[in-house]
Design a protein around this ligand. Sequence first.
Ligand SMILES: Nc1ncnc2c1ncn2[C@@H]1O[C@H](COP(=O)(O)OP(=O)(O)OP(=O)(O)O)[C@@H](O)[C@H]1O
Ligand SMILES: [Mg+2]
Length: 171
Amino acid sequence: MELLVHDLLHFSRTSRTELRLRQFQLGDLVEEVKQSVQSELNGRVINWKVHSLPEVRGDPALLRVVFNNLLGNAVKYTRPRKTASIEIGTCPSEREHIIFIRDNGVGFDMQYVGKLFGVFQRLHHVEEFEGTGIGLATVQRIIVRQGGRVWAEGKENEGATFYFALPKENG
Ligand SMILES: Nc1ncnc2c1ncn2[C@@H]1O[C@H](COP(=O)(O)OP(=O)(O)OP(=O)(O)O)[C@@H](O)[C@H]1O
Ligand SMILES: [Mg+2]
């Protein structure tokens, strides 16, 4: 319950605090977040593949929350895998910086893809994977506030890919 209240407060704060946009290297931020999730792995081995990432204009503190949630999910939903693989890269686009986070975890049924980014919407049982279902809603809010968009692709038992795009003309 306490965790739930904490998550909700955090969620509402991400939509109220002023945006602090600046130009920065996304790769540096991803490296930091990767190190921090890596430290909570309890011996699990993750095969990371991080491609070169662009310099973007955005709010670094809020984008850190985005990567914390997306990498946190990738780590969590690959838990049953003997060798978990997580790949982070970009897709070519003229107008946007498109970033993807792909994992080889339990995946999800595309039939329910529309629910993923809703508050408290979960496709997996809490007995199997802990969580409150607020991470992706937070991710969506943060990205949309910065003029971007989010989407996902997955297949049951065959992994998932989460995408977000930030406009290049953000300043
Ligand atoms: N990488 C992933 N692979 C498969 N399913 C995912 C993945 N990321 C999210 N999901 C599905 O989307 C749901 C919503 O994700 P979200 O991050 O919002 O919640 P959570 O991880 O369950 O809890 P919280 O992030 O609040 O701790 C998850 O419960 C899970 O069913
Ligand atoms: Mg989550």
